[in-house]
Design a protein around this ligand. Structure first.
Ligand code: PBG
Length: 332
């Protein structure tokens, strides 16, 4: 059934744009605080924060400060916080053993958050890079990033995070078979209610640059991640990956980066209709902040417009460093 459009002047599409009231009635998509997941960086130490130079407004926090930040996020109504560790050099080894240590930074932070802000969902990152001497998400053998041995390690990492109390696990490593392996281990270990938000369509992107500064991985990384992250020229492959991850037990799927890949968000949502998230990554954040700091863009307006774009593209939520700022703006 095709809607009938009367010819001009009977149809004047500007009629519905003439006032805030009519625009509000006609608006199809809106952003709410329920759509936000806030990524935060955790570091060693006590009662300290250090700025991330390439991400103005973003800091690394010690575990106690992360707990306070989570409490504030909870009071703003932000549903989830996502933890990324900034690890010291001695925590990075070839065998990546700290990745599944129950006392590592992420696991300490999960427990500290649960103590003071029990209602905010805690999401984690599953990948070996913060603990890997060469900065890769998987084990490196003779210059190759090996798949199956990495999956075994990721399973151990997932179980340690679930044990610490994580609500949502975020495998960001792009190894094949990891969702199924993690799901099976969670079921076997009594963690059947732990959700998996799979970094499903994660592209090999230059937009992660500032993040690698934030977690201290830029200098550690040897080579690139092109043998495991997706080629930016591909679109159909994203659908195959989503189908695969859903069949292995993912509850939610992610497209990453966000803004340059909105076409992928839309295709995924239209094809599968499952909970779909985009990661507005560090480089996207840095671009908008840099332009705003120069007075070239209105920072608040582009923040809100860029987040709304994800909703329009079909996403159910967004991982964004803007989460607290956007949440505050929506309160007023
Ligand atoms: C690593 C990881 C990365 C990001 C999240 N997890 C970087 C990478 O793959 O090199 C990027 C996030 C961002 O840029 O904001 N497993």
């Amino acid at each position: 059934m095709k809607p009938t459009i009367a010819p001009y002047p009977a149809t004047r599409l500007r009629r519905m744009r003439q006032s805030p009231a009519l625009r509000a009635l006609a608006r199809q998509n809106t952003l709410t605080v329920d759509d936000l997941i806030w990524p935060v960086f955790v570091m060693d130490g006590k009662d300290t924060e250090t700025p991330v130079a390439s991400m103005p407004g973003v800091v690394r926090r010690t575990v106690d400060r992360v707990a306070l930040a989570a409490k504030e996020a909870q009071s703003l109504g932000i549903p989830a916080i996502c933890l990324f560790p900034y690890t010291s050099m001695d925590a990075r080894t070839e065998d990546c053993a700290m990745a599944w240590d129950s006392g590592n930074l992420t696991n300490q932070a999960i427990r500290a958050i649960k103590d003071v802000a029990p209602d905010i969902a805690v999401m984690t990152d599953i990948a070996l890079d913060p603990y890997n001497i060469n900065g890769h998400d998987g084990f490196v053998e003779n210059g190759e990033i090996v798949n199956d041995r990495t999956v075994d390690a990721l399973v151990k990492m997932a179980l340690a995070q679930a044990e610490a109390g994580a609500d949502i696990l975020g495998p960001s490593d792009m190894m094949d078979g990891r969702i199924g392996a993690i799901r099976a281990a969670l079921e076997a270990d009594g963690h059947q209610n732990v959700a998996i938000l799979s970094y499903t369509a994660k592209y090999a992107s230059a937009f992660y640059g500032p993040f690698r500064d934030a977690v201290g991985a830029s200098s550690a990384l040897t080579g690139d991640k092109n043998t495991y992250q997706m080629d930016p020229g591909n679109s159909d492959e994203a659908l195959r990956l989503v189908e695969r991850d859903l069949s292995e037990g993912a509850d939610m799927i992610m497209v990453k980066p966000g803004m340059p890949y909105l076409d992928i968000c839309r295709r995924v949502k239209d094809s599968f209709g499952v909970p779909t998230y985009a990661y507005q990554v560090s480089g996207e954040y840095a671009m908008l902040q840099a332009a705003a700091q120069n007075g070239w863009l209105d920072g608040e307006k582009v923040m809100m417009e860029s987040l709304l774009a994800f909703k329009r593209a079909g996403c159910d939520g967004i991982l964004t460093y803007f989460a607290p700022e956007a949440a505050k703006l929506m309160q007023t």
